[in-house]
Design a protein around this ligand. Structure first.
Ligand code: ZN
Ligand code: ZN
Length: 154
């Protein structure tokens, strides 16, 4: 069993707890995620907003996207570490940055997306589910997670 899923920013002004495991975990290798993190990829855990208990206030920044869909990043106003995103202005759904968990290795990615721009020196395991761009939700998400998603997004 996983113990409490707590996390936060670097200065601890923002702390949070996830009340459930994420429904699904993306490892995104797109060039925007690479730029926004200054790294090779980002790991996002998709979870219902109402399953996150947050202490501290967050500041929101809107980011450009290739698709033109909104991408709002929520950060600690003091240290500016990003703790989660809202893709597509869906208030009930958050993309938590898994590496901000106190135990950041708790969740491995369910899928790797936008691997067309994966850095060449990152080797993914043979068992990884890899998509050049995106994937079909209905095919990849477990039934239980699809039900959770339906409950918030219809
Ligand atoms: Zn902070
Ligand atoms: Zn991305």
């Amino acid at each position: 069993m996983i113990s409490r899923l707590t996390g936060g920013c670097s200065c601890s002004a923002v702390r949070y707890e996830l009340l459930a495991a994420p429904m699904f975990v993306h490892c995104c290798h797109c060039t925007l995620c690479q730029r926004q993190t200054g790294s090779a990829f980002v790991i996002n855990g998709l979870i219902e907003t109402d399953r996150i208990v947050v202490t501290g206030t967050l500041t929101m920044t809107s980011m450009p996207t290739e698709s033109g869909r909104a991408h709002d990043i929520y950060r600690c106003p003091t240290c500016l570490v990003a703790v989660w995103s809202d893709y597509g202005r869906r208030p009930a759904l958050r993309f938590v940055r898994v590496s901000t968990l106190d135990a950041p290795h708790t969740f491995a990615p369910d899928v790797h997306i936008f691997t067309r721009s994966k850095v060449p020196w990152v080797q993914l395991p043979a068992s990884a589910k890899v998509f050049a761009e995106f994937y079909e939700l209905e095919k990849e998400w477990p039934a239980e997670s699809l039900a959770r998603r339906r409950a918030i997004l219809g």
